[in-house]
Design a protein. Structure first.
Length: 630
């Protein structure tokens, strides 16, 4: 037995990953029976079990895992070092969230930690005092990435502080980052990467490695929570850490229905809000929540799991030479569905991403794709990804010949589409309303469809069912005091949540002033919810309304122009403590509105540009300036 070579696993000194190694029995601290047990157990562990065991061993009081060289042969062996440092029972959990996902996960990990006996400080980054960071020993950062690699609104100030010269050295800090993003964006999870890199630069040590989550975040987020708990918990709390893997994806809501278990909701109404002659189609859907126990507040979103267009699915199957009825595996549980059904409901096929192309290259070794992904071709790749789908990729690079089982194995799961809720639960119990603009356009000689919007417009009728869930958004909420004035800016479908706001205020009998800025193309065909605004103006729920219809005049007029026209009055409302809400397009409208607000504050308050920017920052910190932009 002295010459027998046995296999095992070793955790590296940073507790970052598993390394498979070989060691000699004679040089290991294990007897023959223990070696045989290890050889049977370790190769059977799943990745999640390895992550958990990694954290568990790192956290067990009185022991730590280290590697030393074998005395005789130089082979690495596993040893246990005594007197490992005791881990602090205080944990700070900071979140940066735009739509509420990161905040929801932060609450989830906080509860798990508290159940394990930790004292937890949970805070949004906007509410956390940055100077207290140097007092923190255990830090968990949960943050999404917004727009083109930007921090969400409530993370901006903390992000700026951490990257400034004022940031302290953090040699005593242990931290971990959970980053939420979308691989269809160029700067995937960039904000989380920023925090991770900067905390390391300041001297922080990894508690567990950063995890970057795509839109289907439940499983990787659950594994991250499990690893964090394993690293922080004492040996006596092992059962709690294990349960985190099993339940980390559960919804915090009282309803049994959630993102991972959507409710099949009946559609009650599906109406086109645009008048005859409009070149736009905006659907108003009224959906029943009866029997779901789902509830929501104004500012929350409805998640809808859509289906791909049947024509696109058929064309993709034909281009690849597959058969529609062949079975493919759709999840880790081994569930199988027909290829046609899987491509229709389970997988995203309308968005191309760099990670997807990299996986395709591994399957096909396609030289053309390899060239497109080569260093120096970043701009070409970026241009190619815009406006193209999986069928384009298959046709452009002649990918026929790959089996359907292999191909669907690299596809991203179908993400839900989030829509701002356009109703008050108090006004419409057991119903939820959404406002959806239909997206159709032509690119590369083919007609393209907004996956969910065209399904709702063409293939969903009253009586049909949609898989839905509620996405809470605590960062877009009416002020607690119903007497607080509110200013709402929402062109196009961005007006949807303000229908919910006013419906809620009407039910509550709120007496605070309200001002709506609304815009679209034409007054006669595109004035969404016109009758309702007029009713609320008449009964005083809506104090004033300014509209901008950009195509009704020779010179295009937008909501920001109306704001400038009323700059003195608008600034007066701000001085009275009004809350400002902006909903709609992030890429242009939201930037223009932000610049206009800054200009109004600068002009009417006689401030410098820097002082006006600081004024808006304070409003954000006070939750008086909130945005729901996309």
């Amino acid at each position: 037995m002295n010459s027998e070579i046995c296999k095992g696993f070793l955790i590296n000194a940073g507790y970052e990953r598993w390394i498979f190694l070989e060691f000699q029995v004679t040089n290991s601290p294990f007897n023959q029976e223990q070696v045989e047990l290890l050889n049977r157990l370790l190769p059977t562990l799943s990745e999640t079990q390895r992550i958990w065991l990694n954290g568990y061993l790192a956290a067990t009081q009185g022991s730590a895992v280290s590697a030393t060289a074998g005395a005789a042969t130089g082979s690495p062996v596993v040893t246990l070092a005594a007197n490992a440092p005791v881990i602090s029972k205080e944990v700070t959990v900071l979140f940066g969230s735009q739509t509420g996902k990161s905040q929801g996960l932060a609450k989830k990990v906080t509860k798990k930690l508290e159940d394990s006996g930790f004292q937890v400080t949970l805070s949004s980054m906007a509410d956390f005092k940055p100077n207290n960071l140097k007092k923190v020993q255990n830090l968990l950062v949960l943050v999404s990435t917004h727009g083109e690699g930007d921090p969400p609104d409530n993370a901006i100030s903390f992000h700026e502080f951490l990257h400034s010269k004022r940031a302290p050295q953090l040699e005593d800090l242990r931290y971990s980052v959970l980053s939420l993003g979308d691989t269809s964006y160029e700067f995937f999870c960039q904000t989380g990467k920023d925090f991770d890199n900067r905390l390391a630069e300041l001297g922080g040590k990894l508690l567990t490695p950063r995890v970057d989550c795509d839109v289907d975040f439940d499983e990787p987020a659950g594994e991250w929570i499990s690893a964090v708990l394993g690293s922080l918990n004492q040996a006596s709390s092992a059962s709690v850490a294990v349960s985190a893997v099993d339940h980390a994806g559960e919804s915090a809501a009282e309803s049994e229905f959630s993102r991972t278990n959507p409710f099949q909701a009946e559609v009650l109404e599906n109406l086109n809000l645009n008048g005859r002659g409009s070149d736009r189609e905006t659907r108003h859907l009224e959906i029943s929540l009866e029997g779901s126990n789902l509830q929501y507040e104004p500012g929350d979103c409805l998640g809808i799991y859509p289906e791909n267009h049947p024509r696109l699915v058929e064309e993709l199957i034909g281009a690849m030479g597959w058969k529609s009825d062949e079975l493919v595996t759709i999840n880790k549980n081994g569930e199988k569905r027909s290829l046609q059904d899987a491509l229709l409901r389970n997988y995203e096929i309308t968005v191309l991403t760099k990670p997807l192309l990299e996986q395709v290259v591994k399957l096909t070794s396609n030289s053309g794709l390899q060239e497109l992904l080569a260093a120096g071709r970043e701009q070409d790749l970026k241009s190619y990804l815009v406006g193209r789908d999986l069928l384009d990729l298959v046709q452009d690079y002649a990918l026929k010949g790959v089996s359907s089982a292999e191909f669907v194995g690299i596809l991203r799961k179908m993400p839900a589409r989030l829509y701002s809720i356009a109703s008050s639960f108090k006004s419409f119990p057991d119903e939820v309303h959404v406002t959806v603009r239909t997206v159709r356009y032509e690119a590369q000689g083919r007609e393209r469809y907004g996956v969910c919007s065209v399904q709702l417009a063409e293939r969903i009728q009253a009586g049909d069912a949609l898989p839905v869930y509620i996405q809470n958004n605590p960062n877009f909420k009416l002020p607690e005091n119903p007497e607080t004035p509110i200013i709402m800016i929402g062109p196009g479908t961005g007006v949807a949540p303000f229908r919910a706001f006013l419906g809620e205020r009407e039910e509550l009998g709120a007496e605070g002033k309200s001002w709506l800025f609304y815009g679209d193309q034409h007054f006669s065909t595109d004035f969404l919810y016109q009758v309702e605004w007029q009713k609320w103006l008449k009964n005083g729920v809506l104090t004033r309304m300014d509209v901008a219809f950009s195509r009704d005049t020779d010179q295009k007029v937008y909501v920001q122009h109306r704001m400038l026209e009323k700059s003195a009055e608008l600034y007066k409302w701000l001085q009275e403590g009004a809350c400002v809400y902006v909903c709609g397009d992030e890429k242009k409208m939201a930037h223009d509105v932000h610049a206009t607000l800054a200009a109004i504050i600068e002009q009417e308050g006689s401030f410098s540009p820097e002082e006006a920017a600081e004024y808006l920052t304070r409003m954000q910190q006070q939750k008086r300036y909130q945005r729901d932009v996309y």
